[in-house]
Design a protein around this ligand. Structure first.
Ligand code: ADP
Ligand code: ADP
Length: 233
C-alpha cells in the first residue's frame, strides 16, 4: 500500500468575498521508499499541498490516507499526534532553537514520544552520527555553517524514524556547493529506504529526486519518473 494516497484533494481559501481555489482535485500516490520533488511556479499550490501532506492542514474536499490512516477529517490535536509520529520536517530556514545544542535540537521531537533523557540523548547522538555531525553535538546553531545547520535539522527530522521526510526548499538558504552536499545526504537517505518528498523551484535540485510532480494553478501538470537518476538504481 502507498505511504501517501490522496484522492481528489481540493483546497479553497476564503479571502473576504473572494474564494481562492488553491488545489483542484489532486490525486497522488507515493510508495514507501520513493524520492519525489514537487515543483511549480509561485502560487501553483506547492505549500498548500505540502501543508496537507504534512498534516499541518486538511483539505476542503477529497481524502488523504497516510500510512493506511485517513487523516483528512482529523481534528488539530489528532493531526499533531500523527505529525509527531509519521513526519520529519526539514525547512528552508532550518528552524533550530538558537540557544540549544545540536544534540538538544535533535532530541526535541523525542520529548513527546516519552523517552527518558538518556534514551533521547543516545538516539539523538545516533541520528547526528548518521548525518556526519557527531563531533558537533555540543555546538549551538550560530557555531555551525549553514550546511551543518541543515544537517542538524535533517538529523532532527530522522530521529523519530518517520514514515516520510518532508523538505520544503531545503537548499533555499544554501550556496550551490553546500546545496549539493545536502542533496548527496538525501541520496544516501533514499538509498537506505527513506521516503523523501521535497518542494523546490530549482530544476538542478529537483533533478536529484527520482520522480518529479509539477503543479500549475492547483493542478498536477505532470508526474514523471526522472529517467536520468532512476537509471542509476
Ligand atoms: P513558502 O513555502 O514560504 O510559501 P514559496 O513557495 O512562496 O514559499 O517560495 C519561497 C521563496 O521562493 C519565495 O521567496 C518565493 O518568491 C520564491 N519562489 C517561489 N517560486 C518561485 C519560482 N518559480 N521562481 C523563483 N522564485 C520562486
Ligand atoms: P506555492 O507554494 O506554489 O507558492 P501556495 O500553496 O502558497 O502556492 O498558494 C496557492 C494559492 O493559494 C495562491 O493563489 C495563494 O495566494 C493562495 N493561498 C495560499 N495560502 C492562502 C491563505 N492562507 N489564504 C488565502 N489564500 C491563500
Amino acid at each position: 500500500p502507498p505511504v501517501i494516497d490522496t484522492s481528489e484533494i481540493s483546497k479553497m481559501y476564503q479571502m473576504g468575498t473572494e474564494r481562492i481555489h488553491a488545489l483542484r482535485s489532486i490525486t497522488i500516490r507515493i510508495q514507501r521508499g520513493e524520492y519525489v520533488a514537487f515543483m511549480g511556479p509561485s502560487g501553483s499550490g506547492k505549500s498548500t499541498l505540502m501543508n496537507i501532506v504534512g498534516c499541518l492542514d486538511t483539505p476542503t474536499s477529497g481524502s488523504y490516507v497516510l500510512n493506511g490512516k485517513d487523516v483528512s477529517r482529523m481534528t488539530d490535536n489528532q493531526l499533531a499526534e500523527v505529525r509527531n509520529r509519521e513526519i520529519g520536517f526539514v525547512f528552508q530556514t532550518f528552524n533550530l532553537l538558537p540557544r540549544a545544542t545540536s544534540l538538544d535540537n535533535v532530541a526535541l521531537p523525542l520529548i513527546y514520544a516519552g523517552y527518558s533523557k538518556s534514551e533521547r540523548e543516545e538516539r539523538a547522538m545516533e541520528s547526528l552520527r548518521s548525518v556526519g555531525l557527531a563531533d558537533r553535538a555540543k555546538h549551538k546553531p550560530n557555531e555551525l555553517s549553514g550546511g551543518q545547520r541543515q544537517r542538524v535539522a535533517i538529523a532532527r527530522a530522522l530521529v523519530n524514524d518517520p514514515s516520510i521526510i518532508l523538505a520544503d526548499e531545503p537548499t533555499g538558504n544554501l550556496d550551490s556547493k553546500t546545496s549539493y552536499e545536502i542533496m548527496d545526504l538525501f541520496e544516501a537517505l533514499y538509498a537506505k529506504g527513506n521516503t523523501i518528498i521535497m518542494v523546490t523551484h530549482e530544476d538542478d535540485i529537483a533533478h536529484y529526486a527520482h520522480r518529479i510532480v509539477r503543479l500549475r494553478d492547483g493542478l498536477v501538470e505532470s508526474d514523471n519518473v526522472n529517467e536520468n537518476v532512476a537509471s542509476h538504481h
